[in-house]
Ligand binder design. Structure first.
Ligand SMILES: CC(=O)SCCNC(=O)CCNC(=O)[C@H](O)C(C)(C)COP(=O)(O)OP(=O)(O)OC[C@H]1O[C@@H](n2cnc3c(N)ncnc32)[C@H](O)[C@@H]1OP(=O)(O)O
Ligand SMILES: N[C@@H](CCO)C(=O)O
Length: 310
């Protein structure tokens, strides 16, 4: 079964070449199965790249998935054209009366700022509050995971002495948790952060559990015990060359940036890095979609009385 995305989204062609079946909005669906409604709040400046990365992972499913792309209306985007946003994106105001089976909130390059200085912070807080009542399960990625843990549970983000940058080994803390079904005991995922959330701060909150962490990169996946909120500190969605692109960008700017750990062959930035986390990324997204979205969401999501008033 396909995922359905906005007509003419550039990601479609790339995904089609990878044998991922995507349908335009206008295409007809099977009528007997209600498609899942998934919103992606895309906070990344590299919006088209992120669209492709996340749709690639959501496309690895036999479920029918309708995608709604959201951007914060309180931020004027420097790196994404207005035309792209107008053609393919909606705003929170346009969808807040609706319910969603799932919501993904992406990372953002704002982690060295105070949350309150991010110009879309008030809007993001509204969206995070709305998600508690209007979304079955929300996945927060990288900076969004820090924003979510801070807003919902008061957990601070803390600056790191050196950027956490590379592909790190992780362990499974809670093997019986459904999100981790099928995970290898040791698996790899990329991180690219100047800040972290500390395990001792998470441990203090009874609603939260650390599902996976890394000796070197720290906390990786945190979940609320009811599965409604999943916080992922890394970037499993990244392409094989995303870290290289960030590294080359910073070197070109003359920045003192570490070579990404466990990434380039022989630690040599002139060599092409292999992907070592693709299987993990596919499993993380398909477990979330299956267990936390599809199996938990009501058949008719629009019938629930809306307890959230804006
Ligand atoms: C911790 C994580 O979540 S990691 C995820 C973030 N990673 C990435 O974004 C990697 C890719 N991004 C990049 O390489 C760079 O941001 C670039 C090259 C695209 C742009 O860099 P520059 O133009 O030098 O940065 P600049 O400071 O002007 O702003 C970049 C972005 O920061 C964000 N930003 C900066 N200031 C603010 C602010 N006050 N409030 C909200 N967002 C802000 C915006 O997202 C902005 O891009 P956008 O307007 O297109 O959305
Ligand atoms: N992943 C980011 C970190 C900045 O928030 C970058 O290096 O662009």
């Amino acid at each position: 079964m396909p995922i359905k995305i906005p007509d003419h989204l550039p990601a479609k062609e790339i995904l089609a070449q990878e044998n991922i079946f995507v349908m335009d909005e206008s295409a007809a669906y099977r009528q007997d199965i209600r498609p899942l409604r998934i919103a992606i709040l895309n906070l990344m400046p590299t919006k088209e790249t992120t669209e492709t990365q996340i749709l690639r992972l959501l496309g690895n499913t036999p479920l029918q998935v309708d995608i709604v792309l959201l951007h914060p209306s309180s931020h004027v985007s420097k790196n994404t054209s207005e035309e792209h946003l107008r053609s393919f994106y909606s705003t929170f105001d346009e969808v807040k009366h609706r319910r969603f089976d799932g919501l993904i909130i992406t990372g953002a390059p704002v982690e060295t700022m105070e949350f309150e200085d991010v110009n879309y912070w008030e809007e993001l807080k509204q969206i995070m509050d709305w998600s508690v009542t209007n979304v079955t399960s929300t996945m927060y990625i990288c900076w969004a995971s820090q924003a979510g843990l801070y807003h919902h549970f008061g957990i601070p983000k803390v600056p790191l002495e050196e950027k956490c940058f590379g592909v790190f080994a992780h362990k499974v803390n809670k093997p019986n948790v459904k999100l981790l079904r099928g995970f290898d005991e040791l698996f790899y995922a990329p991180h690219s952060r100047h800040t972290e959330v500390r395990r001792e701060d998470i441990k203090r909150v009874p609603e939260l559990e650390i599902l996976s962490e890394s000796d070197e990169a720290g906390v990786y996946i945190v979940g609320t015990k009811d599965g409604k909120q999943i916080f992922v500190a890394g970037h499993s969605e990244y392409d094989p060359l995303s870290l290289k692109w960030e590294y080359d960008r910073d070197v070109a700017k003359g920045m003192d940036v570490p070579i990404p750990v466990n990434y380039f062959p022989n630690n040599d930035p002139s060599k092409t890095p292999p992907s070592t986390w693709r299987a993990h990324a596919n499993l993380l997204f398909s477990n979330w979609l299956n267990y936390y979205v599809y199996q938990e969401t009501p058949y008719d999501i629009d019938q629930i009385v809306d307890s959230y008033s804006i």
